[in-house]
Design a protein around this ligand. Structure first.
Ligand SMILES: Nc1ncnc2c1ncn2[C@@H]1O[C@H](COP(=O)(O)OP(=O)(O)OP(=O)(O)O)[C@@H](O)[C@H]1O
Length: 340
C-alpha cells in the first residue's frame, strides 16, 4: 500500500490535482432529539485517499456518512462533496454508499440486481461488478433472498464498485465476511481505488485490517473529531515510549501523554512487534524524539487503540486535513449574495 504524503497513486499512477477535496466539512453538527450525535466537526479529506473512519459505538460515524450521502441534513455547519452540496446532482452521481443494512431486492436474481445497477448508473462497469460476483462463485441466477449474508455483502460490493464512483462510502462492510473473503475484497478495493483514483471512506472496528488498506484516518469519539490526517503524518506525530518492566519511567516532557498503561497495543506493550513485557506510554510529540529504543513510532493499531481508550484528549487535525476557509465554501454556493 502506498503511503505517499502527497498523492495516492496506484499501479496506474492516478493522481488528483493537488488540493482537490473529496469531502470538506466546516463546523458540521447533527442534533437528534436525544442530543448531539456530531458536533463542530471540521476537516477535509483529500481526493484519492482510502480513509478509515474509526470510533467507539455511538461515536457518530454512521451519522457522518449519512450526512455526506444526504440521507440526513446537518443541524449546523457546511459540508461539500467534491465542492458541491451533498444531494446535488453532481455529488449524488459521483458517490456510492454501501450501508450496514445493504438493502437489496430479495426476489431479484443476482443478474437482475446487476442489470438494475447498469440501468441506474451511466458510468456502470459490468466487468468489475461481474468479476466481484464470480470471484465468490455466487451464481448469477440465484435469488438474493437465498444467498448467505456474506454472499449478499459481495453482491452489494459489486453494485457499489460497478457504479464506478469517485467517492465510495462503506459503513462497516466487513463484519459478516469470512477472513479470506475480507482480504480478497480489501485487495479489490485498494486496487480499484489506486487505479481509478477513487476516494474511499470506510468505517470499521477491525483496526488491524485497516492498516492494510488505509492511508488516511478520521477518528471520532463522543460526536467530535479526535484525529484526522495521513496515516504517516499522524504516526510521525506520536511515539510509543517503552520502559522495561519495573524500570524507570520514560522521560515525558515536552510531550503530551495520550495513554499510559502497562500494555500499549494489541498484545502488550509494543506487542505488535513481538517485544512483549514492557510498559509503554503513547505520546503526542511536543519536541524532537530519537527513534530507536526506547522510542518508536506507533503502529496504526497502537495509535488507534490509544485514542479509543482516551476519547477526551484534545483533537489533532493534521495540516492536510484542515479545511479551507468557511467563506470559500459558502461563497461557492451563493456567489450573487456576496457583497464584500
Ligand atoms: N435516528 C436517530 N435518532 C436519534 N438518535 C440517533 C439516531 N441515529 C443515531 N443516533 C444517536 O447518535 C449517536 C451517534 O450514532 P451513530 O450511529 O452515528 O454512531 P456510530 O459511530 O456509527 O456507532 P456504531 O459503531 O455503533 O455503528 C448515538 O448516540 C445514537 O444513539
Amino acid at each position: 500500500m502506498n503511503h505517499s504524503a502527497t498523492h495516492h497513486p496506484g499501479p496506474a499512477g492516478y493522481a488528483h490535482p493537488a488540493g482537490t477535496s473529496a469531502i470538506e466539512a466546516h463546523g458540521l453538527g447533527k442534533k437528534y432529539r436525544r442530543g448531539w450525535a456530531l458536533r463542530e466537526v471540521s476537516f477535509r479529506l483529500p481526493a484519492g485517499r482510502v480513509c478509515g473512519l474509526v470510533g467507539p459505538n455511538g461515536a457518530g460515524k454512521s451519522t457522518l456518512m449519512s450526512l455526506v450521502t444526504h440521507m440526513i441534513q446537518p443541524t449546523t455547519g457546511a459540508l461539500r462533496v467534491f465542492g458541491e452540496a451533498p444531494g446535488s446532482q453532481g455529488a449524488v452521481r459521483r458517490t456510492a454508499f454501501l450501508s450496514q443494512e445493504k438493502p437489496l431486492f430479495r426476489r431479484f436474481t443476482v443478474a437482475e440486481t446487476l442489470r438494475l445497477g447498469r440501468e441506474l448508473n451511466p458510468r456502470w462497469d459490468q466487468g468489475v461488478a461481474e468479476g466481484i460476483v464470480s470471484a465468490g462463485q455466487v451464481p448469477l441466477t440465484a435469488r438474493i433472498g437465498t444467498l448467505s449474508g456474506g454472499q449478499r455483502t459481495r453482491v452489494a460490493f459489486a453494485l457499489a464498485f460497478g457504479k464506478r464512483p469517485d467517492l465510495l462510502i462503506l459503513d462497516e462492510p466487513m463484519s459478516d465476511l469470512d477472513p479470506l473473503v475480507r482480504r480478497e475484497l480489501m485487495e479489490t478495493l485498494t486496487a480499484e481505488a489506486a487505479q481509478h483514483g477513487t476516494t474511499v471512506l470506510v468505517s470499521s472496528h477491525m483496526l488491524a485490517e485497516l492498516q492494510y488498506i488505509c492511508d488516511y484516518l478520521l477518528v471520532v469519539a463522543n460526536g467530535g473529531l479526535r484525529l484526522a490526517g495521513e496515516v504517516d503524518e499522524l504516526r510521525a506525530a506520536h511515539a510509543l515510549l517503552a520502559a522495561p518492566d519495573g524500570g524507570p519511567s520514560p522521560h515525558l516532557a515536552p510531550h503530551r501523554v495520550i495513554e499510559s498503561r502497562g500494555a500499549v497495543g494489541a498484545r502488550g506493550a509494543v506487542g505488535a512487534r513481538g517485544e512483549e513485557g514492557r510498559t509503554g506510554v503513547l505520546v503526542r510529540l511536543g519536541g524532537p524524539v530519537e527513534y530507536g529504543a526506547p522510542a518508536a513510532p506507533p503502529t496504526l493499531e497502537e495509535l488507534l487503540l490509544g485514542y479509543l481508550r482516551s476519547p477526551d484528549v484534545p483533537a489533532l487535525i493534521a495540516p492536510s486535513a484542515q479545511p479551507g476557509d468557511i467563506h470559500d465554501i459558502l461563497t461557492r454556493d451563493q456567489p450573487e449574495t456576496v457583497t464584500a
